[in-house]
Design a protein around this ligand. Structure first.
Ligand SMILES: Nc1nc2c(ncn2[C@@H]2O[C@H](COP(=O)(O)OP(=O)(O)OP(=O)(O)O)[C@@H](O)[C@H]2O)c(=O)[nH]1
Length: 222
């Protein structure tokens, strides 16, 4: 089901400890130019009364070889498969990427255990006049694959992007074997050290644009 009003995390309780925060690794996949880079940063949110660090890793469209993509897929706990509503080819690629994720993880887990959570992200919904993939087509595909789908604009809304990550966390929790208390605690991956951490009120000037994070003031630590 296409959904756009997933509940935002509750305001941060000051007593929460960042040191004991859990980490969820998310890999963003999709064809070139669908907007993956716009989703990349480190994000910390208060989820169900506990801090969760999200480490978010991009894949580089067509420029990456299959071994690199496989390594990244193995690394991830959850996956955002992105297409652009203005690009039919990127939509056609979604199914292949979902199968690839499941194939790699079922091999790694030798057929045991749950497959990792995946959400489908229909990006660039602000470009209504250039639209080539309807909301209904997105919903049909998501239903067939049994994954949640979010139609967003990374350009217009940081909150919508954050919802995607939060949804993946809840999907992981739903699998049952990872209660909030037992979630893996990890140090920050080497892979992530190059990725900047964005703080409340900070701005990002990539692509010559500035994004304001004021609305997340209460969720991101000093
Ligand atoms: N209008 C609009 N443009 C967007 C949106 N998201 C990304 N873009 C633009 O789309 C172009 C491609 O975005 P990227 O983030 O570089 O795409 P990518 O998927 O990382 O591409 P590769 O690095 O080639 O894999 C850029 O010019 C972005 O500014 C959006 O939600 N709306």
């Amino acid at each position: 089901m296409m959904t756009s009003n997933f509940p935002l995390p509750r305001p941060l309780r000051r007593s929460l400890s960042l040191a004991s925060a859990r980490t969820m690794r998310i890999v963003v996949l999709g064809q070139s130019a669908v907007g993956k880079t716009e989703m990349i940063y480190r994000h910390t949110a208060a989820m169900d009364g506990e801090f969760v660090h999200f480490e978010i890793l991009d894949t580089a469209g067509q420029d990456e070889d299959s071994l690199q993509i496989e390594e990244k897929i193995k690394w991830g706990d959850g996956f955002a498969v992105v297409y652009s509503v203005t690009d039919r080819c990127s939509f056609d690629e979604v199914m292949r990427l979902c199968f690839l994720i499941n194939h790699i993880h079922s091999n790694a887990r030798k057929g045991t255990g749950d497959l990792p959570p995946v959400v489908i992200v229909a990006n660039k919904k602000d470009l209504q006049f250039d639209r080539m993939v309807s909301t209904e087509d997105g919903e049909k595909l998501a239903k067939a694959l049994k994954y949640p789908c979010y139609e967003i604009s990374t350009r217009d809304s940081y909150e919508e992007t954050a919802m995607v990550f939060n949804a993946l966390y809840y999907e992981l929790m739903k699998q049952g074997n990872l209660s909030p208390g037992s979630f893996k605690k990890r140090s920050v991956s080497k892979l992530m050290e190059k990725i900047p951490k964005l703080y409340a009120n900070s701005t990002l000037s990539a692509n010559g644009r500035s994004l304001s994070f004021n609305s997340f003031r209460d969720y991101i630590p000093e």
